[in-house]
Write a protein that binds this ligand. Sequence first.
Ligand SMILES: NC(=O)C1=CN([C@@H]2O[C@H](COP(=O)(O)OP(=O)(O)OC[C@H]3O[C@@H](n4cnc5c(N)ncnc54)[C@H](OP(=O)(O)O)[C@@H]3O)[C@@H](O)[C@H]2O)C=CC1
Ligand SMILES: CC1=C(/C=C/C(C)=C/C=C/C(C)=C/C=O)C(C)(C)CCC1
Length: 293
Amino acid sequence: MATLVPRTVLITGCSSGIGLAVAVRLAQDPQQRFHVIATMRDLRKKEKLEEAAGPALGKTLSIQRLDVCSDSSVAECMENIPGGRVDVLVNNAGVGHVGPVESISVEEMKRIFETNFFGVVRMIKAVLPDMKRRQSGHIVVISSVMGLQGIVFNDVYAASKFAVEGFCESLAVQLLQFNVVSMVEPGPVNTDFELKLMEEVSRSEFPGTDPATVRYFKDAIVNVIRARRPAFRTQTNSLYTPLVALKYADPSGDLSVRTYYRLLFNYGTLFHLSMAALRCLTCGCFRRRVTPL
Ligand SMILES: NC(=O)C1=CN([C@@H]2O[C@H](COP(=O)(O)OP(=O)(O)OC[C@H]3O[C@@H](n4cnc5c(N)ncnc54)[C@H](OP(=O)(O)O)[C@@H]3O)[C@@H](O)[C@H]2O)C=CC1
Ligand SMILES: CC1=C(/C=C/C(C)=C/C=C/C(C)=C/C=O)C(C)(C)CCC1
């Protein structure tokens, strides 16, 4: 049987969290089906990834610098890829932002879009022409449940992920002939994401998730990449599916808004953990830090 050529997987944002976990998971694939180019904007942070990669480092995993906000950085990274061929692009790099819109400058809002939306666009523009030429390829976008449903005080972040969803929904139709685009909408996943959010906005907590969910989430991404005909969307938190469906069940949008309102402000005990974190976005009284895995 012809030996399968390993697929080149380019992943953005691998210095921590989901990007790091997916890079290691693919690089350590038992059948060695992937050659991972794990990228990050600051190579001084590569130690955590090198450690996690173990023996895969230098074999099925290489590390490159890539800042998705810089055209020159994207071009430079692509030039360092043998033949410029990327079989799978995983757009993972992203930044969060919480707080009342009154306190966020438009400049700050643009920074969130520069990474979360234009960073994804830059990477897709860099790989798409070659994928079209080869009539094959797979672009995975780590969107978010907040790309389907906004959550209070996450207005700008949700907007940036809605932008990603709209961009990919439109692109997917054009690319259907070789089914290139998939989106994964995780959340919440226990990574540095909240930590950075907290450090950045000096908040101390965001709801973590149980280890089983994080494991399931990692499988969800790997399954999306391995699937022959991957679904266009994969939400990793099944709790969201009925909530998102509400949005489309009632064209007026009232059903969805009222349901979230009740979930957030009437059934506090039911969602007390998320509730506490979400309510404390306003009063900053976070008590317990949910330690990342
Ligand atoms: N954690 C969660 O609950 C959820 C996360 N997501 C999404 O998952 C993705 C990964 O987040 P997560 O792993 O949780 O959080 P982390 O903060 O751990 O990872 C984010 C990664 O993005 C990188 N990054 C930020 N800006 C840039 C840039 N300009 N160029 C290149 N890399 C950059 C960070 O690098 P650096 O170390 O330099 O900051 C880091 O490696 C994000 O897109 C996030 O929106 C979606 C739903 C839920
Ligand atoms: C599950 C759930 C809730 C909490 C959701 C949270 C906390 C989501 C966090 C998502 C993140 C961090 C996304 C990052 O991209 C609500 C709204 C309380 C009520 C409805 C069910």
